[in-house]
Design a protein around this ligand. Sequence first.
Ligand SMILES: Cc1ncc(COP(=O)(O)O)c(C=O)c1O
Length: 399
Amino acid sequence: MIQQTERVMSSAYMQWAKTHLQARFNLASSGLEPFPLAKLPVKIDNLELTGPSFYGYEPLQKALAKKCGVSPDCVVAATGTSMANHLAMAATLKPGDEALIEQPTYELLVSTAQYLGAKVKRFTRSFEDGFRLDPNEVARAASKRTRLIILSNLHNPSSALVRNEALKQLGKIAREVGARVLVDEVYLDALFDDAPPTAFHLGDEFITTNSLTKVYGLSGLRCGWILAEPALAKKLWYLNDLFGVIPAHAAERLSCIALEHLNEIAAHARHLLETNRRLLNAFFNARDDLDWMPLEFGTVAFPRLKNGSVDALCALLLEKYETSIVPGKFFDMPQHFRIGIGCETAMLAEALARLGNALFDISARRYPRSARAGNSFSLRWPAKRERRGQKRPQRERSK
Ligand SMILES: Cc1ncc(COP(=O)(O)O)c(C=O)c1O
């Protein structure tokens, strides 16, 4: 159980993200490169500043319901997945309630629950187990006080998929203790045609959140939503009256246009991610200074640095190579770092080359004699490793 003395009023991760995502070579972002407005067939006549948006703008409600295969009275529009998560938690957690949250996870899921006064308990998804969600871990951690079980699917930071069988078991655990399950599905569409239906379909205890921000590169639209059973959906709409009241109507209109063209936007995203995933996996394959899992789908990977400090790596990477990654400390796993692959392919290739060079420099710091002698690495260390069949990492050339 995480003990708090003062109310959480900010997010260290978000402050870091807002000030570090601007590096020239950005591997820190978890979403796709921005999809430009110019590529959407928008005419000025399509837009209006004010419109009939009270408990939802009907055309947007219908478009989201169609996309998700649900009835419109289960859809609550929200400002991004961020506000969707906030609303979902605010409607289901009272101060003192227990929120059971995966570890590691997206930091905002934890800090939002803490801000709302929930007692946060964690269940582990371990690197050694491929960050698989083990329902037995959840069952062990759940108690009569648990009101919400919270996870991301795909998982941030690893992109691991939680399949329906495991989700159904979570539903059963939640029902037994009188809790609900909140599944943040903001990365699920990165499976494209292979994406399973939203977990909302698995039962009334499921609440899911999503948006067009990450997989479609449409962050600026802030088009997010919650799926919840109709009675809870109504409660969420009324609760939203205390927060944003109504959204920017022009953004609602643009969201409808984006949803009409989602297939084309998805085709671009799919092609980019498939190409970039091959590049990342080839990079991983050539390294013996990282522990990693091949990235099968999704937008982010979460490798582990075998030796040395990730904070030192991040600082060097930013200062010398103008490249950003997310340090694992924001996921309470300081030996890991998160790499996002949603940028343009040439940019990713260059950023990975720079990361390779920073990893080389970090090793050279640990083995300075060999670096001074002009060798890539000391004879002692790599020779031993090469005898074990491991490849010698080489300094990569920046293009
Ligand atoms: C798991 C998760 N949920 C929600 C968000 C925020 O999404 P949005 O930009 O739609 O508010 C992020 C952003 O990184 C995320 O990783």
